[in-house]
Ligand binder design. Structure first.
Ligand code: C5P
Length: 398
């Protein structure tokens, strides 16, 4: 399972000799499919150059909290929001101490405080510094705050000492980091997901469709698979790479999607209806390309089946989650959908804006179920997907 695929990893590099391994680490993270942005402390730059880290990460290096140019491109709060995980490797004794103290004196510590993403530290220092009770107290404080500490390993040290304090090897860090994304929350559950738009033919070359990119549905499918579910993804036409480790079924029209869902639904425990299904199709589809003869052309449309409502109406129904993509009165429309379509949960998101919704990489949502509501602020669709899957898993357990 490529758990790091498309994950946004901030690689923090602090000033220790093991920083020379951070270049290899960045390269391996990218090879595992992650997008990597490197943040360096001033001391890290004494050990390895930003140019090297930029070349291996494929992105500009961030190193200054007060750099106006960098802030204009991607501000520190935006960077904190971008991250799916922050890995600090190497993490020196000094960095760990500053973090435990809640200091925000430079870009890296500020990001660690500002992010909601998991923090993972790979300590690297002299064995005596590692064993020092001040360091050990700080490491205990990290454990208490559920900040993951990977390593250190034992062995020969750059200073000639032998003992604990070596940064774990880059590939081990990549493997251990990917485990963070495996939650096991949906182990044993079968999840059926629809994604993308549908296309309703007008004639052999034209169709009616919408701007859904499929990104949210695909992100949810991957998050469900990461959480251990058996996933079936039924997708309308999208321009996305097929996720691995799941059954993928391609469809074009709403009727095809409806038929595919009805075939798969019996075997599933959860149905996530993320697709932007066309509400109407042409009553008759022209067999030949319609010629441009008349000044006006009338198309007669008829209703498509409401897929999510038909699943929710089944006597043996799964846990049904619908989406409400609206340009106005978001919450009122979403609540009406929850009730009218007899859904177990509805995920409401505003569309028609550039930053969030249909074709963008970010999304924000309000989830409504029974008498409860939960607001998820703007974040990447991958991160939102993982949070939504966690919420759905909790509800199923109840
Ligand atoms: O009614 P509306 O299209 O706004 O509802 C959105 C929800 O209903 C989404 O979950 C969408 O996948 C689902 N839907 C459906 N079949 C349709 C129309 C919408 O499953 N024909």
């Amino acid at each position: 399972m490529q758990r790091l695929k498309n994950k946004h990893v901030i690689l923090g590099v602090t000033g220790g000799i093991a920083a020379y391994k951070s270049a290899d680490l960045a390269r391996r993270l990218r090879k595992a499919g992650a997008q990597v942005r490197v943040v360096m402390t001033a001391k890290a730059k004494e050990f390895i150059t930003p140019l090297t880290m930029q070349a291996v990460s494929g992105n500009p290096v961030h190193d200054d909290l007060f750099d106006l140019k960098a802030e204009a491109a991607m501000g520190h709060i935006e960077l904190a929001r971008w991250a799916d995980v922050i890995l600090v490797a190497p993490a020196t004794a000094g960095f760990i101490a500053r973090l435990v103290n809640g200091e925000a004196g430079d870009l890296l510590t500020t990001l660690c405080l500002a992010t909601t993403a998991p923090l993972v530290l790979a300590p690297a220092m002299n064995q005596a510094m590692w064993k020092n009770t001040l360091t050990q107290d700080n490491v205990q404080a990290l454990h208490a705050k559920k900040i993951a500490v990977l390593g250190p390993g034992e062995g020969d040290q750059a200073c000639g000492d032998v003992g604990p304090g070596r940064m774990l090897e880059p590939q081990e860090l990549v493997d251990r980091l990917s485990e963070i994304f495996a939650t096991g929350r949906l182990t044993g559950q079968r999840v059926l997901i629809t994604a993308g738009p549908t296309r309703e033919a007008i004639d052999p070359v034209r169709y009616i469709s919408n701007a859904s990119s499929g990104k949210m549905g695909y992100a949810l499918a991957m998050a469900a698979a990461e959480a251990g579910a058996d996933v079936v993804l039924i997708s309308g036409p999208v321009d996305l790479e097929k996720p691995t480790h799941m059954k993928c079924i391609d469809v074009v029209s709403a009727e095809e999607m409806h038929a595919a869902v009805m075939k798969e639904v019996d075997a599933c425990d959860v149905f996530l209806s993320v697709a932007a299904v066309a509400d109407y199709r042409c009553k008759t589809v022209a067999t030949q390309k319609i010629a441009k003869k008349e000044a006006e052309l009338t198309l007669m449309l008829e209703r498509n089946p409401d897929i999510v409502a038909s699943v929710a109406a089944l006597s043996k129904k799964p846990f049904v989650v619908g989406f409400a993509a609206e340009t106005e009165n978001l919450i009122a429309h979403a609540k009406a959908k929850l009730k009218n379509k007899k859904l177990d949960m509805v995920i409401a998101n505003q569309v028609g804006q550039k930053e969030v919704g249909f074709d963008s990489d970010d999304n924000a949502a309000t989830v409504i179920w029974q008498t409860q509501e939960k607001i998820y602020p703007r974040m990447s669709k991958q991160k939102l997907a993982r949070e939504l899957i966690a919420l759905i898993a909790d509800q199923i357990k109840k």
